[in-house]
Every structure is written in structure tokens, then in C-alpha cells.
Design a binder for this molecule. Sequence first.
Ligand code: SAM
Length: 286
Amino acid sequence: MATPQTDAAYTEPQTRDDIPGWFFGLDQAAFTHLLSTQSATGVTGDVLELGCYLGRSTVLIGDHLRPGERLTVCDLFDSDAGDAANAAEMAMSYRRTLTRTAFESNYLAFHQELPEIIQAPTSVLADGRIPAGSCRFVHVDASHLYEHVAGDIAVARAALRPDGVIALDDYRSEHTPGVSAAVWEAVFTGGLKPVMLTPMKFYGTWGDLDAARAVLTLRDWQAAGYAVDEDVIAGNRVLRLNNPDRSSAPTPASRRLALDLLPPIATRATRKVLRTLRDRRTTREA
Ligand SMILES: C[S@@+](CC[C@H](N)C(=O)[O-])C[C@H]1O[C@@H](n2cnc3c(N)ncnc32)[C@H](O)[C@@H]1O
């Protein structure tokens, strides 16, 4: 295993939570559930992460790679940003701590092999170097500027297989209106369907909404202590997941959803959908 050079200030992480970053328990649980359920139900494919910083989210994604699946990450690391606004964002949030070497060391503290690393602005991926339809999951967490995020969403859309899922970070943070604009534009003009929302991330698909929803609700989140709610956006039901202490007061919709999610009914219904999807997939591939 290659050991990257590290600077004197670097401390090797002992646990995944020792890696600095913005990837916390709720979305860790959502990624873990999504990626492991995809694997369990026969959804295979590569994974792409735009914006990995020091590897906090990348290391968890790497836990779920199966033989033959490739993880690609794209980040500027220590390179210059292509424009002044992006350079300002980099200076404010990442420059003091971020080096590619530190990312590599963190990743190798938990995995045998590095992912494929593209050290460049994510805009380089518009050249189609990620094979179309190759990915089961794309995590977009790079620049917060509207034009960049709109480009990242286009890259993700091309890269995802029809039943793949995109996670978009910071879709509703106060300091990231450009991300919100790009995400909701993709929803209302680009066919992106919201499936699940957490305070930090938007999970969506350009494929079968019911199938993606079935995957995400296969876990009884309420029994696991999470707050589950439901909204309807432009006629589509959207799951809202939160930590229990951040939950809003129960609404009629959330009470209905709570009943929906109670096992064994929900579990049985969801399993049925997944079985049907798996059968459909097997028939198509036969
Ligand atoms: C919020 S951090 C990623 C956090 C990481 N996913 C985690 O969960 O810990 C954003 C990352 O995007 C990178 N970045 C910002 N603008 C970029 C661009 N235009 N192209 C590629 N990477 C960019 C930054 O270098 C930084 O590492």
C-alpha cells in the first residue's frame, strides 16, 4: 500500500469521526442504508463524489464498494480554483487544512486502495470521462456557486444509471443560495425527483421515484429513533428525515406516515416493491 507524504501537523485519524468535515450522523446513516440496500437488492455500479475535502464522506462510501465497482472523487485539493468566486470560497473554508496528501492519508487509514482521484475543478467532468449510466450513486458536495452546481448536476445526471440516486449537499443552507437555485431548477425544469430530504442533503433520482423511495424506506427509521415526516411537492410525496430532537410537531401527514412506516405492513409492502423491481431487472437482463 502506498503511504503518502504528510506534513508535520498531520495526525492520522483513529476513527472515521476524527476526519474533519461536514458529514454527520444522519446522512452517514442515510448513505449507509442507501448503499447497502442498493447492494443487497442487486443495484450495482460505480460511485462518484464531487467534493471530498479530507475524506470524511469518501471513507464511508468506500466501505460499500463491491468487487468491480469503482469510486471516483473530484476535488481541487491544493490546486487553484478557476474563478475568483470559487477561489474566495476555497480561501474562506478549505485552504488552511486541505491538501491532497492529507486526503490520501485519511483514506488509506481505513482502506487498502485509493479511489480514482481527479484533482481539478468538477467542470472537467463535462467532457464525459465518467461513462454514461455507470453510477449507482453520486454525491455532489463541491463548489456552492450556482453555475458550478448546475454543471455538477448535469454531470451526475449523465453518470447515473436509471435507478441511481443523487445526494446534493447544502441545498437549503443560508450561505448557499446558489446550491438551492440549481437543485430546485433541476427539479422543476430537469426532471429530478426529490425522494428524501435531510437538513443537510437532498436525495433524488431521475428514475423510478417509487423504487428509490422503496429503497430509502426499507429501513424503519422511526423505530431507529429518527423523526420522519412527509411533504408533497408538485404532487410527489417526499420523505423528510431528521434527528429526533430537531423534529417538528407531528402533523396529520406525519402521523399517517408514521402508521405507514410501522412494521410489518410497511416492511412487507416495501419488500414486495423491491422483489418486483428485482424480478423486473432479472427478466430484462436474462
Ligand atoms: C464541503 S467540502 C466537501 C466535504 C466532504 N464531502 C465531507 O463530507 O467531508 C467541499 C469540497 O469541494 C472542493 N471544491 C470546491 N470547489 C470546487 C470545484 N470547483 N471543483 C472541485 N472541487 C471543488 C473543496 O476543495 C472542498 O474539498
